[in-house]
Design a protein around this ligand. Structure first.
Ligand code: PAF
Length: 328
């Protein structure tokens, strides 16, 4: 009789261990643009998800909140700090409000081309910057990318700094960009992204600036007439995770998240490469009036920015700025 009872208990225990309950952690991931395949953020988030879900055998499951479904970028980053959002992909728009040193990457005409920016961000300067997020309750896994920013507006084509005079231009909530456009004589208004299309439709602002990846993805051609290929500043993005999730993870799972972030960045960059090559033609076909600044035009903008550069040197230090410029 006793033997029989032990056998029954053993069989039940065996059945329980044979079919363990799968503990799943949901990763709510927020970003401002369309889901895959229609934006660089969408494809980056999707690749990150695929690698993590496969590498952790479904113990971590991503749930996407695209198109600013979790609010503006500042709110999203605050959500990551609080642990109400597990992961985000955001631009550098509000980052300097969290880690002031990141503002150095927002200096106009700092990076020569995409390759230069990628080498700086993937190299020691970019990686040291990622580590600084640890001090403000954020885990930064990798630098992503949007491309170089260009100006769109409904008033006039921009060929010289004077053409910006008084232009009501939406900037990101970014003090470095704000200083630049004030110095150039525009009338910049910092604004969270979710308000921008409405403000352009209502005419409370004349223009905005964003990379081709964004202009094409959100059909800015519906609300903007002129596109100036100014490439006035490189626009990095960043992949952030909440420390609440990160601290609870095994080292193996962290490695899977890092790998997923790296592959997500590769997918974003491939998207950006494609849209940088095809975006101008796409936007002309959609009816935009497109003009490109020549090297001489760009030099005139740099010259007009001299007082702003003085401020940037004072804030970020000549050594760091020169080290970025000198990166091969
Ligand atoms: O302009 C911005 O705020 C950003 O570039 C955007 C469109 C939210 C993407 O991060």
């Amino acid at each position: 009789m006793t033997v029989h009872r032990f056998t029954l208990v053993g069989a039940l225990a065996g059945a329980l261990f044979a079919t363990p309950l799968l503990a799943q952690t949901e990763i709510k991931i927020g970003y401002a643009l369309a889901p895959a395949p229609d934006s660089h953020y969408g494809v980056g988030a999707q690749r990150w998800q695929e690698v993590v879900e496969a590498g952790t055998e479904g113990r971590y499951v991503f749930r996407h909140f695209p198109s600013s479904g979790l609010g503006g970028e500042r709110e999203m980053v605050e959500g990551v700090q609080l642990g109400t959002v597990e992961a985000v992909i955001v631009s550098s728009g509000t980052l300097a409000n969290f880690v002031p040193d990141t503002g150095v990457f927002d200096i106009p005409f700092l990076f020569r081309d995409l390759g230069h920016a990628r080498r700086v961000l993937d190299g020691p300067i970019g990686q040291e910057m990622l580590a600084k997020f640890d001090d403000v309750g954020l885990k930064a896994l990798a630098w992503g990318e949007q491309g170089f920013r260009h100006i769109t507006n409904n008033r006039n084509q921009i060929g010289a700094p004077e053409d910006l005079a008084g232009l009501r231009l939406r900037t990101m909530e970014n003090p470095i960009h704000l200083t630049a456009f004030q110095t150039l004589g525009a009338a910049p208004t910092p604004m969270a992204w979710p308000e921008v299309i409405g403000a352009l439709q209502q005419g409370t602002i004349d223009g905005q600036e964003n990379p081709l990846s964004v202009i094409v993805s959100v059909n800015l051609n519906d609300v903007q007439r002129y596109l100036t290929i100014s490439g006035h500043v490189y626009s990095p993005a960043i992949l952030l995770v909440s420390p609440m999730v990160w601290d609870a993870m095994s080292e193996e799972d962290r490695e899977v998240f890092r790998q997923g972030a790296a592959e997500g960045v590769a997918a974003m960059r491939a998207f950006v490469d494609e849209v940088e090559a095809s975006g101008v033609a796409t936007l002309r076909e959609r009816g935009m009036d497109v003009a490109e600044l020549s090297a001489e035009d760009r030099a005139a903008f740099q010259e007009a920015l001299a007082p702003a550069y003085e401020q940037y040197f004072a804030t970020y230090g000549q050594d760091l700025i020169e080290a970025i410029i000198a990166t091969e």
